[in-house]
Design a protein around this ligand. Sequence first.
Ligand code: AMP
Ligand code: GLY
Length: 459
Amino acid sequence: MKLPQQVNVLLLGSGGREHAFAWKISQSERVAKLYIAPGNAGTAGCGINVDIAPTNFAGIKQFVLSSNINLVVVGPEEPLVKGIHDFFAGDPEIRYIPVVGPSVDGARLEGSKQFAKDFMTRNNIPTAAYKSFSKENIGEAEEFMRKLKPPYVLKANGLAAGKGVLIIDDFNTALEELGAMINGKFGAAGSKVVIEEYLSGIEVSVFVATDGTNYKILPEAKDYKRIGDGDTGLNTGGMGAVSPVPFADEAFMQKVEERIIKPTIDGLKKENITYKGFIFIGLMNVGGDPYVIEYNVRMGDPETEVVLPRIKSDIIELFEGIVYDTLKDKELVIAPETAVTVMTVSGGYPGDYQKGMVIEGLADTGDESIVFHAGTALKGKEVVTAGGRVISVTSLAGSIKDAAAASYRTIGKFSFEGMNYRKDIGKDLIKIVNAAARKSAASSTKKSTTKSAKSSSEK
Ligand code: AMP
Ligand code: GLY
């Protein structure tokens, strides 16, 4: 099966990820109309925003019928975990409209940490050792934790908007927190808690598009989660991203594909889970070996803001492959350039912050970067802040240093009251690249000296 040559697309969501999708979708010659529900001030420049919440399934159904939508693309996890794929598949009026995004069964990879961990165990996918606890077996937690070395990693089982993971050094504090979580600290999401072994290494996010049988590996990315420079302060949704990731070289990605991607896709198939969409695999590189930290059933934000600008091929073709099981016939072309995105956020974020601040200078940001809106809204003719993460600026260049510098120059051209952003996106990776270059220069000097010593001795 194929999509019509010209498609009307409905994209669900309103963040920087969705602006990046809208930007990429609007470049396809196969798109007739693009609607974004609910979208933001940036997506309004790529298509038509419609005021429907991504979890208002009845409202979405009405809209897709009245606007002749041919394809639905789901940005965030919530509608997936709530079953939007199955809602379409189960309704005779809209079942012919394909949805990019997994079934409710597949969405458990993100919606339930325990399901994800059990899935990995069943399918021999490397991950941290773990055990889940609830009111019934909390008495066994102390014994399990004694087998682990600190720090202790506590994860609320359900969706907790990225805030459900605690990493605690002290044994007694960890036990107390476990009790607090099970007693409702994170609401129902925490009534079950997974405790796991702490993995020490560098994180990388790997993205896979799949039709349930075949897959394409998209560009990988590194995300910067903490609010402060040097990875300090509170966790956020993500303050910046870089793609490609220098340490995710061919040898490492080969291990990721063999040990993680293949068994994940095969496992979904074996377990009869309908999965047509994106899998975001959060990995830890532990001494050169990949371990899964988490699955997400959607693309990352702000990772999408560096992944999509590196994809040169048509995205409607990719979606067509995903929804009609023809991914193996589709070409994915990836640009070799480096993309760096830097997220600007509201003052106070990730704590309390104000909305409605006017963003000045957006008309004059030039063309050195792509300006992706996250939490923004139109208020009359003005663009105002409407969320914690406000605008993510992406640049492409030959190196991390040049791409980051371009993004920072563009950030200098707009402002809003309280604007904050990290000043060090990519710096850690530049250090890794430089250290590797020094090491390889040293070893080639060593080699050439041995060689010349040898040849001189041979003379
Ligand atoms: P998650 O919400 O599962 O992505 O976890 C949030 C963050 O906690 C991750 O991005 C990691 O930095 C960290 N984290 C989660 N699990 C582990 C682990 N087992 N070992 C070390 N760090 C972890
Ligand atoms: N940036 C991390 C996420 O999208 O979950």
